[in-house]
Design a binder for this molecule. Structure first.
Ligand code: B12
Length: 358
């Protein structure tokens, strides 16, 4: 019987080789693909298949079909708006199944093939509707205006709007969650729908980061603190705005925050936790492929006598998809957004109980 560890080792160690084999077979079966997309298309297909395998490996490792189903939903929308026919992904999944099934080291993994089969069913079901995030904001007219400024490259207009809102007394936390966060999610949606370019997404993100930085005088704790917290995005994770917002919420509530930002090596996180003697560690992951590194940090902290009693709260996209995932990575808790994160941290640190707030 194949152990989970073997499956991960095999899929990750031989990722390039397996992805190449899958794409070669796919292109051999459907020669039109090469005629239509050429060698650069084939290279992109190999990169895509690597992503599929990474999601699949994590879905198996954490026994979380939800992670793979959410990925299929995401792909359906993305590929549809890139003009790829739905048959492309269906054939691709069939070939993945065939290639993995032909390997003696993988073909008895029930979870792997169950998840692949569910993924295919999901692909055949209706494409989910990706509705506008701005409507979900508690400040709908402000966030719509803010996003319009950004989409028109009017960074100054966006900045003035936020400063006015602050002067009118709108709470900074509401500005974070109901303007910045909603705006970022909407930018991501527009990118996924192929309605805006990568450059536009980068511009909007950079503008919002600059505007957030202008609000620091309101964020820095006025009162003395209660506890110390380290916040980091694990490994090669570049999505750091969510973690930054969470860290700022802690700062606003009087915690001593040590925010390490994106792309933090496992070693550095562990060293910092030991150095600053923090009470709480916050870890963020957006890309599912970084979950392995997050689990690794937690495992190593738990094995380190100097710091093994620190509380660890995790968050980010995969944890919002699978609400039980935080338990499987060995964390003490999870929270779906910055506000909830502070609530649960207060509860945990006060020693009341270890529980999830969602
Ligand atoms: C901006 C952005 C980027 C920027 C990030 C810049 C930066 N400084 O952060 C850049 C350009 C670097 C980027 C790169 C990529 N991105 Co990107 N990105 C986004 C985008 C548009 C917004 C992210 C964001 O700022 N969200 C706003 C914050 C506030 O929300 P949040 O992160 O969810 O955080 C909240 C909660 O989750 C929670 N939380 C978060 N962390 C933590 C931690 C703790 C402890 C707790 C308690 C709570 C918590 O609280 C936060 C605040 O309330 C998203 C769209 C989206 N739907 O998220 C895509 C998105 C995440 N990216 C995506 C992709 C595909 C990529 C790339 C692979 C693209 C590429 N081909 O290169 C790379 C991967 C890079 C990497 N190695 O990490 C996809 C992911 C799809 C998927 N199925 O996984 C998305 C969803 C876009 C899309 N709609 O398709 N991206």
């Amino acid at each position: 019987m194949l152990e989970e560890g073997d499956l991960s080792t095999c899929l990750l160690n031989e990722l390039d080789q397996i992805a190449n084999e899958i794409v070669d077979l796919h292109y051999e079966r459907i020669p039109d693909l090469y005629l239509k997309y050429g060698s650069s298309g084939k290279k992109k297909s190999i990169a895509d298949v690597k992503h599929h395998l990474i999601f699949l490996e994590n879905a198996c490792k954490y026994e979380s079909p939800e992670l793979f189903m959410a990925y299929i939903d995401w792909l359906k929308i993305l590929f549809k708006h890139l003009g790829l026919p739905s048959s492309y992904m269906l054939d691709n999944l069939d070939v993945i199944r065939e290639v993995l099934g032909s390997r003696d080291d993988l073909n008895n993994s029930k979870i792997l093939f169950d998840i692949l089969d569910s993924g295919k069913d999901r692909l055949l079901s209706d494409t989910p509707v990706l509705s506008c995030y701005l409507e979900k904001s508690k400040l709908p007219s402000l966030v719509k205006e803010y996003n319009s400024f950004l989409l028109e490259n009017d960074e100054k207009g966006a900045y003035r709007l936020i400063i006015q809102a602050v002067e009118q007394g709108i709470d900074i936390k509401d500005i974070y969650l109901n303007i910045f966060q909603c705006s970022q999610l909407e930018i991501g949606r527009l990118w996924q729908l192929n309605s805006i370019s990568v450059a536009k997404e980068h511009f909007c993100t950079a503008a919002t980061q600059k505007i957030m930085a202008q609000l620091y005088p309101y964020v820095l704790s006025r009162s003395g603190n209660k506890h110390g917290v380290v916040a980091a995005c694990v490994g090669t994770e570049l999505h750091e705005m969510g973690m930054r917002m969470v860290a700022d919420f802690f700062e606003m509530e009087g915690w001593n925050t040590c925010y390490l930002g994106a792309n933090t090596p496992v070693e550095s996180i562990i060293r910092t936790v030991a150095e600053v003697q923090a009470d709480l560690l916050l870890l963020s992951v957006t890309m599912v492929g970084h979950l392995n590194m997050l689990s690794d940090v937690i495992r190593r902290i738990r094995e380190d006598e100097r710091i093994n009693d620190i509380l660890i709260i995790v968050g980010g996209y995969p944890f919002n998809v699978d609400r039980d995932l935080w338990k499987k990575v060995g964390a003490d808790a999870y929270a779906r957004n910055a506000r909830k994160a502070v609530e649960i941290a207060d509860t945990l640190v006060d020693g009341l109980s270890r529980q999830e707030v969602s």
